[in-house]
Design a protein around this ligand. Structure first.
Ligand SMILES: Cc1cc2nc3c(=O)[nH]c(=O)nc-3n(C[C@H](O)[C@H](O)[C@H](O)COP(=O)(O)OP(=O)(O)OC[C@H]3O[C@@H](n4cnc5c(N)ncnc54)[C@H](O)[C@@H]3O)c2cc1C
Length: 483
């Protein structure tokens, strides 16, 4: 379609973005940077009724969970690690209200920041609901009920996702909650049940487990972190168990009932019917794409059988000038994946180059030890039949990790035999989420493991673990025994 500029009327735009989460707001800002006239429509409302940009990630996901993970990890270290440093802290106590206040302050600051960024970029920020009609018209209903019709050359759909409800354990706040509810507990539950040992379940289990809750995680699948490299998954399970998370695999929840202020959870495992009682139950079995009242009957946009908006590799929906990005389309439900799709689409709309490399999207689990990976797992490479070599470096041999008193875990590099291309990197250990960025950059530029071997890493740093893992792939590690 020819990229004609909008006529310039108050309700006429070059680009209207529906959704102001980590996919939508970057799309709006980049489109404005590309000198287009842009509106961003977002309907998010917090529990106190206040409207806020930032979507799930800033209001109820990435940011509040990381704020609590940081606070609770500090509390855990005071009790479990400080003594090893020779620091004795007597009488360290917990103030959950202050922890929550700090978290809420971070969320408020960040979401207000998004509004400021949109305004500074010249984006018209509209708070309320958007529905796409035929001909790239967007019916906008503000939170106060007033309606306007917006017209656009291009519409970008970024409506995100919502938690999946389990039929056998329907949400019933405050006892049976989703991930958002679990971020708002005002006291530490004595017994916490978590359904789902995925990224969100493990992070939330860690938050409350570190503060003293007895945590039972029920996972229907027989394998732990089935989607991750299994050497890494085995190491992670060992550490989570040591930290006190009671992870029960192959446990299919069949019911959850409130009784005398507690939740009786029934499940089936290999041994038959089981039952546990918990004070709070978090259902974290995944998220589904959200598109309620987003698409008018005449919009022409279609959903697949799982409810995702159908798109091609460049996020085109097939309807001229209509694009879709983020959690509401195929691919991993991650904020940074949505952000890059938003930037790509805004650049393509402006006639510039835009691309997302779906093969190199990092994943991080912000537990302790932290877990991060990019590229293929060892199991995937084996299944592909490609010859490969593996280099593993334990943090136990890292001077920096030892100094931090956080020497659990390892860095692992998988590279092709022959051309030595890095195929996957898997890290479990301190700051794994930060360390993985080097591997992402290396893979983005098709680096070989030898490229990493020949790159100077400062000493003593955690990043040396990647350097040494690359060396270990050729049995040339200096600081660990080559096997
Ligand atoms: C507890 C938790 C922790 C997480 N941690 C991480 C993490 O550490 N790292 C990471 O990468 N990801 C994390 N995620 C996932 C991440 O939050 C999502 O991948 C990300 O928010 C998706 O961005 P999005 O813009 O596609 O959708 P969303 O963030 O869901 O935003 C969509 C926005 O569109 C609005 N909207 C929907 N329909 C309409 C409409 N018709 N009109 C107007 N507005 C509409 C919604 O109200 C919402 O504000 C986490 C998620 C949870 C729940």
């Amino acid at each position: 379609m020819k990229n004609e500029k909008s006529g310039g009327g108050a309700d006429s735009f070059d680009v209207v973005v529906i959704g102001g989460g980590p996919a939508g707001y970057p799309a709006a800002i980049r489109a404005a940077q590309n000198k287009l006239r842009v509106a961003c429509v977002d309907e998010w409302k917090n529990r106190d009724g206040s409207a806020a940009f930032g979507g799930t990630c800033l209001n109820a996901g990435c940011i509040p969970s990381k704020a609590l993970l940081e606070s609770t990890e500090l509390y855990h270290r005071v009790h479990e690690e400080f003594a090893a440093h020779g620091i004795k802290v007597g009488g360290a106590t917990l103030d959950v209200a202050q922890m929550q206040k700090r978290k809420n302050g971070i969320v408020r600051g960040m979401t207000q920041g998004i509004l400021a960024l949109l305004k500074a970029a010249g984006v018209t920020a509209l708070q309320g609901h958007g529905t796409l009609r035929a001909g790239r018209r967007v019916e906008f209903t503000a939170h106060d009920g007033t309606r306007r019709e917006l017209s656009a050359q291009h519409v970008v759909l970024a409506s995100g996702s919502v938690p999946i409800e389990l039929r056998s354990a329907p949400f019933k706040a405050p006892h049976i909650v989703d991930s958002w509810g679990a971020l708002d507990f005002e006291t530490v539950p004595k017994r916490l049940g978590v359904i789902g040992a995925g990224v969100i379940g493990l992070e939330l289990g860690s938050v409350w487990g570190r503060l003293g809750a007895e945590v039972v995680v029920l996972e229907a699948l027989p394998d732990f972190l089935a989607f991750a490299d299994q050497q890494l998954a085995r190491e992670a399970l060992k550490h989570f168990k040591k930290l006190g998370l009671d992870i029960r695999l192959g446990a299919k929840v069949t019911g959850a009932a409130l009784a005398r202020g507690a939740v009786e959870v029934s499940y089936e495992d290999a041994k038959g019917a089981q039952r546990i009682a918990v004070d709070r139950l978090v259902v974290a079995i995944g998220r589904r794409p959200y598109s309620q009242d987003l698409l008018g009957a005449d919009s022409g946009v279609t959903l697949d059988e799982r409810g995702f908006i159908r798109v091609d590799e460049a996020c085109r929906t097939g309807v001229e000038g209509v694009w879709a990005i983020g959690d509401c389309v195929r691919g991993p439900m991650l904020a940074h994946k949505g952000k890059e799709e938003g930037v790509m689409v805004a650049d393509l709309i402006a006639g510039r180059f835009g691309e997302v490399n779906y093969k190199v999207i990092p994943s991080v689990i912000y537990t302790a030890p932290e877990i991060a990976w990019v590229g293929l797992t060892e199991e995937q490479i084996k299944a592909s039949g490609r010859d490969y070599k593996s280099g593993v470096f334990p943090f136990l041999a890292s001077g920096r990790a030892r100094a931090l008193e956080q020497a659990a875990g390892f860095a692992k590099i998988l590279a092709a035999q022959g051309d030595d291309e890095i195929l996957g990197v898997h890290i479990i250990g301190p700051m794994a989420g930060e360390l993985i960025a080097e591997a992402v950059l290396a893979m983005e530029y098709s680096a070989s493991s030898e490229d990493l071997q020949r790159t100077i890493h400062a000493h003593p740093t955690l990043a040396e673990a990647l350097h040494e893992a690359a060396l270990a792939a050729d049995k040339r590690s200096i600081d660990s025994i080559n096997r």
